[in-house]
Design a protein around this ligand. Structure first.
Ligand SMILES: NC(=O)c1ccc[n+]([C@@H]2O[C@H](COP(=O)([O-])OP(=O)(O)OC[C@H]3O[C@@H](n4cnc5c(N)ncnc54)[C@H](O)[C@@H]3O)[C@@H](O)[C@H]2O)c1
Length: 444
């Protein structure tokens, strides 16, 4: 099939490449000229495990094209995906300006007598498929009412595992009431669900809400566990034990039960906020979501409070090593990364920061170059630091050389926002070690 993907970011590039991988001809459109040039030249623009290999192969075999021209990009497309940003607007709702601008342009390009399916892959509020349809019709100069359908097909991939998630999704959700669109979507996705996972067809509104419900539920699990962790510290319980104790119950499940610094990233914060706003607009107070957001904010305070208390509020002149900048491991995405908030707070209180992240440092340098020092390795970051703060659970931080660490740090102090280390081990090694929802090790 001929597929066009408009917006070549984390979702667009992965979707486009994975659609090409099953033999489709894919054109990716982006307004960012330098991004398009780099991609055309074979340079991958995001870090995503496994993506580069299939990107290079499909580019070489001519199934993957890149352009800045929407007109050229959609010319022969049977299906046009919109993988555009939907950032939070000032009132917390999803800002649809990127989507609607492209919809307006599409209205001038779709030809009568043809048929194209326009797919919202971005995370968009209920009613957006209808709004996109209206925007396309409003800017059309000919009668194109039968020349297109607008379908909702939210994306559930996880950054860091995006290729696997796309190639073998748990499910594909498609919102459409058009039989013609349904057939095309079924044909496109069939190769991805050969192991029997479902393509779930529903109406557009339900598909749009499904995505927000999924992300909000996952964020709720995280905030719930973060509150359990706080309670564990107060009641002298161990959150690791509680997590294992409840996670083995199949009704609860073992995923998303890890306490930490609060959720971040480009999706959860904005999606929870947008669903709460949609809810308020519909005259319904979604109480749980407000609590989820509140707890998430407090969790960062809770972690920072540990550092602040240890230094009795005197952080000025202290030097910190920071391990992990990306909002989670296996990605270079730093949007709403808790590490950046921690770094900003340390710097604003007169401390200095030396950071290391295996993939995210170029993005942080581009956006927050001024004050953070960037180390060449996780060990270099430790040199002369008063303490180590762990913000992202990259695998290479899990079993470090503690002896080497002790030699590099000025004082053997670790604040671990990801519960990477075993408490008895830290006791034996003689570190001062604070984590989340477990007893502190005071043996410095
Ligand atoms: N990142 C994720 O893990 C993820 C997962 C599921 C869903 N989503 C949703 O998918 C959507 C896209 O997210 P993302 O993380 O890929 O965003 P992104 O910012 O990484 O990518 C968006 C791309 O769109 C391009 N763009 C902006 N305006 C354009 C225009 N008029 N024409 C062509 N290109 C244009 C930008 O240059 C950018 O490359 C969002 O709605 C997001 O909520 C994201």
């Amino acid at each position: 099939m001929n597929i066009t993907v408009v917006g070549t970011g984390y979702v667009g590039l992965v979707s486009g490449t994975c659609f090409a991988e099953t033999g489709n001809n894919v054109t990716c459109v982006d307004i960012d000229e330098s991004k398009v040039q780099r991609l055309k030249a074979g340079e991958i623009t995001i870090y995503e495990p496994g993506l580069e290999k299939i990107f290079t192969r499909n580019l070489k075999e001519g199934r993957l094209q890149f352009t800045t021209s929407l007109k050229e990009g959609i010319e022969d497309a049977q299906i046009i995906f919109l993988a555009l940003p939907t950032p939070p607007g000032e009132d917390g709702s999803a800002d649809l300006k990127y989507i609607l601008a492209v919809a307006n342009d599409l209205g001038t390009m779709i030809k009568p007598g043809t048929y194209q399916v326009i797919v919202d892959k971005s995370t968009v509020p209920v009613g957006t498929a209808q709004r996109v349809r209206e925007a396309i019709l409003a800017s059309a100069t000919a009668d194109i009412a039968d020349a297109f359908d607008v379908v909702s097909n939210p994306e559930f991939l996880r950054e860091g595992a995006a290729v696997d998630d796309f190639m073998k999704p748990d499910r594909v959700v498609v919102g459409t009431r058009s039989e013609k669109a349904r057939k095309l979507m079924q044909q496109l996705y069939e190769p991805y669900v050969r192991q029997g996972n479902p393509i779930i067809f529903m109406d557009e509104n339900s598909a749009e809400l499904t995505k927000y419900a999924a992300n909000s539920f996952l964020a709720t699990k995280i905030s719930f566990m973060n509150e359990i962790a706080v309670l564990c510290e107060k009641l002298n319980a161990d959150v690791d034990m509680v997590r294992r104790g409840i996670g083995t119950d199949f009704r609860i499940g073992k995923h998303f039960l890890y306490p930490g610094l609060g959720y971040g990233g480009s999706c959860f914060p904005k999606d929870v906020q947008a669903l709460a706003k949609s809810s308020t607009d519909a005259q319904y107070e979604f109480k749980i979501l407000n609590a989820v957001m509140d707890v998430n904010k407090k969790q960062k305070e809770f972690f920072f409070g540990k550092i602040d208390t240890y230094y009795k509020g005197k952080l000025s002149g202290k030097h910190f090593a920071l391990w992990g900048l990306a909002f989670k491991p296996n990605t270079d995405d730093i949007r709403e990364a808790p590490a950046l908030e921690v770094a900003a707070r340390l710097l604003s209180q007169g401390a200095t920061v030396s950071a290391f992240d295996p993939e995210a440092m170029p993005n942080v340098k581009r956006e927050f170059s001024e004050d953070i020092k960037f180390a060449e390795s996780q060990y270099e970051a430790l040199e002369g630091a008063d303490a180590l703060i762990i913000c992202t659970e990259w695998n290479e931080f899990r079993t470090p050389d503690f002896k080497k660490m002790a030699g590099l740090l000025k004082t053997k102090v670790i604040f671990d926002g990801r519960n990477l280390y075993d408490i008895p081990t830290m006791e034996t090694l003689g570190f001062y070690y604070e984590s989340i929802g477990r007893s502190a090790v005071m043996s410095v």
